[in-house]
Design a binder for this molecule. Structure first.
Ligand code: XMP
Length: 495
């Protein structure tokens, strides 16, 4: 039986998988290959993408997810025309860790020490390369050099820096192992790279080298920086926003609108391709074979699948349009047929559904509500009174906000409300909700648990890696898929 016949009308809680003979000795994520394709030219070691929602992914989340092997997509929930805040989030991710820092912060030797201290404070870096007007390296100033110096003392950078003749430098962009040897031999933490003519070519830091060792699965670009995606719309400032985001280092642009199978999207992709050539582009959302074909024909590199399954979403309630997510993934997968990777976006509420999303059609999963309330999500924590049922006592519990990007609150925040006519605001058709979720700890254990459970699923499925399980599943889905009765569903998932 074809897989679509097995799962027509189904979503995650309608299906279980039959266990197969396991061939794995160990199930831990460091020993199992979970690599996958985010888009045609970008791969990840872990199939996890954090949703471009303004209560989920800003720099802190994108850093955590990329360090854990996935990628975050910075949302576009900033006011139209106000591009700067989104750029800052992308820059924060790109500056978090490096192989070679190609554009380290610099200062002139004649600058006051106060200016250097202020630059260190503003940028959060503890060392500044000192260069002359021709960008020739003349010294290095570190936090240690400015410690205990009164900020208003009449001292210049030149007075406190380690001068060029006492610096250990490298002439070439050396690899990590060679840089580590240099640092160990000379007991240094910074290794400036200086060209033959004395100009600055880059900087390698001990901190970055350590990070690369500690985080072997992190998603990095060719310069060793974390990768990050950024979302844009399909109207208004979207092209200008894309240009600035790419200049800031965004690795992939996501044109994200509620209904991606639309003339608005077609126009946006054409304009994007005209201006940015073959820049990596993901588009969505769609939930049908026709929607996938439409986007592939327009030359996208990745597709987001999901109309209405999202935890903060009311599209199906409000419009009655949508496709159950398992059916959507199967139909989209059949159409894409491996040409363009798919992101299974929305509706994943438990770890087991990650395995389902990846078998039925997703190359990666996009998660929103699963990450809600974690420390890395943007937004304030508020204390709310909650009654404890046993004691009937009221205690204060910390909460954070999670909301659909089409919720009234999110739309209003994106508008310049002072300029908007009140009638405009009232006329908005919201397709999302805003809820308070209990604040919890870091997202990192959430991701690590999810990956452990995915590895267990691979073991139960009789495979050695994620791609092998996907292959086995697709060759014979009826070997795996069990449609659940209502009581089997209760037995499986009601706890
Ligand atoms: P989860 O279930 O992980 O889903 O929270 C995240 C995805 O939900 C989508 N999304 C929305 N869909 N109205 C919608 O119809 C909304 O207001 C909304 N906000 C988010 C989006 O695809 C996201 O990645």
């Amino acid at each position: 039986m074809s897989v679509i016949e097995l799962v027509r009308g189904c979503t995650f809680d309608d299906v279980l998988f039959t266990p197969q003979c396991s061939v794995l000795e160990r199930r831990d994520p460091s020993s199992i290959d979970l690599s996958c394709r985010l888009s045609q030219h970008l791969t990840l070691r872990r199939p996890v993408v954090s949703a471009n929602m303004d209560t989920v992914t800003r720099a802190e989340m994108a850093i955590a997810v990329a360090e854990e092997g996935g990628i975050g997509i910075i949302d576009r929930g900033f006011r139209s025309g106000d591009i700067e805040p989104q750029l800052r989030e992308v820059e924060k991710v790109k500056r978090r860790q490096h192989g070679v820092i190609v554009d380290p912060y610099t200062i002139q030797p004649s600058a006051s020490l106060a200016a250097a201290i202020e630059m260190m404070r503003r940028t959060g870096v503890g060392s500044l390369l000192v260069v002359d007007e021709s960008r020739r390296v003349v010294g290095l100033l570190t936090a240690r050099d400015v410690r205990f110096v009164a900020p208003d003392a009449p001292i210049t950078v030149a007075d406190r820096m380690t001068p060029r003749e006492r610096l250990i430098i490298s002439r070439d962009a050396i690899d990590a192992a060679a840089a580590e040897t240099q640092m160990r031999t000379h007991k240094i933490k910074k290794l400036p790279i200086v060209r033959d003519d004395g100009t600055l070519a880059g900087l390698i830091t001990a901190r970055d080298l350590l990070k690369q060792k500690q985080l072997p699965f992190a998603t990095r670009d060719a310069h060793g920086r974390l990768r990050v995606g950024a979302a844009i719309g399909a109207k208004g400032d979207y092209l200008e926003r894309a240009a600035e985001l790419l200049r800031s280092g965004a690795d992939v642009i996501v044109i994200d609108i509620a209904h991606g199978h639309s003339s608005v999207m077609a126009r946006a992709i054409d304009a994007f391709r005209k201006q940015f050539g073959d820049t990596e582009l993901i588009a969505g959302n769609v939930a049908t074979a026709a929607g996938v074909r439409f986007l592939i024909e327009r030359g996208v590199n990745g597709i987001k699948v999901g109309i209405g399954p999202g935890g903060g979403c009311t599209t199906r309630l409000n419009t009655n349009f949508g496709v159950p997510q398992v059916e959507a993934l199967v139909r989209c997968r059949e159409e894409a047929n491996g040409q363009v990777p798919l992101i299974a976006d929305g509706g994943i509420k438990r770890d087991g559904a990650v395995a389902q999303a990846l078998l039925f059609g997703g190359d990666t999963v996009m998660l929103g509500s699963m990450f809600a309330g974690t420390t890395e999500t943007p937004g304030d924590t508020v204390q709310k009174p909650v009654v404890v049922p046993e004691s009937r006592k009221t205690v204060k519990v910390p909460f954070k906000v999670f909301r659909g990007m089409a919720s009234l609150q999110a739309i209003v925040d994106r508008l310049d409300v002072e300029d908007a006519e009140s009638a405009d605001v009232e006329a908005l058709g919201a397709e999302g909700i805003e809820i308070a979720v209990p604040a919890r700890g870091s997202v990192r254990p959430v991701i690590r648990n999810l990956l452990k459970h995915l590895c267990s699923a691979i073991s139960y499925g009789g495979a050695r890696s994620l791609s092998e399980l996907q292959e086995m599943f697709r060759q014979d889905p009826s070997r795996y898929v069990i449609r659940l009765s209502e009581s089997a569903r209760r037995e499986s998932f009601d706890r």
